[in-house]
Design a protein around this ligand. Structure first.
Ligand SMILES: [Fe+2]
Length: 178
């Protein structure tokens, strides 16, 4: 059994506050992509789905005169750094194992190149999975942040993903024993 589920994370007021800011529909879509990519890459689906769900919770609102200021965002954005820290704090508060919380935070920290100096970054498989999952849901002009999902449907999708994750972890445990 996992000590922290996606639902535990999703319904927490801190997660709700920041997930609403960067888009709940996007976060859930990326979590589902991460589940699939994790299976393909042999990565732990629990860590991948949690990191994906929380990957954008570090966003700040860069508005000038009521409209999104893309230039300001480009110049000043550190959402991956802030998101990693917020996710880590939230997960530890919920009772996540510190080792898992660190892996998830690092995957969030490295999910985008947009704020990093140019150069070759060698990502671990979990970190690659989160980057790929985010890119799979991206829409031109950042539209993916503004897609809407009904609240009840969002919770249903989170619960269904929790079930998929539990089944996969159980299957891996059985495979290991056999
Ligand atoms: Fe994203």
């Amino acid at each position: 059994m996992r000590c922290v589920t996606l639902e535990d994370v999703f319904v927490h007021p801190i997660a709700q506050k920041y997930l609403k800011r960067s888009g709940i529909a996007h976060a859930i879509a990326v979590a589902y992509h991460a589940y699939r990519f994790a299976l393909n890459h042999g990565v732990n689906v629990d860590l991948a789905t949690k990191a994906a769900l929380l990957h954008d919770i570090g966003h700040y609102e860069w508005y000038s005169n009521g409209t999104w200021d893309y230039e300001k965002y480009k110049q000043n954005d550190i959402h991956a750094i802030k998101g990693a820290e917020r996710a880590h704090k939230l997960l530890i508060r919920l009772g996540e194992h510190p080792k898992n919380a660190k892996e998830i935070a690092l995957a969030i920290l490295l999910h985008t190149d947009s704020y990093l100096p140019e150069g070759e970054l060698k990502r671990k498989p979990l970190q690659t999975v989160i980057k790929l999952a985010d890119e799979a849901d991206e829409e031109p002009g950042g539209k993916h942040h503004y897609r809407h999902i009904d609240e009840a449907l969002a919770l249903k999708k989170i619960r269904e993903l929790d079930e998929l994750v539990d089944k996969q972890l159980q299957k891996e445990r059985l495979d290991y024993i056999i």
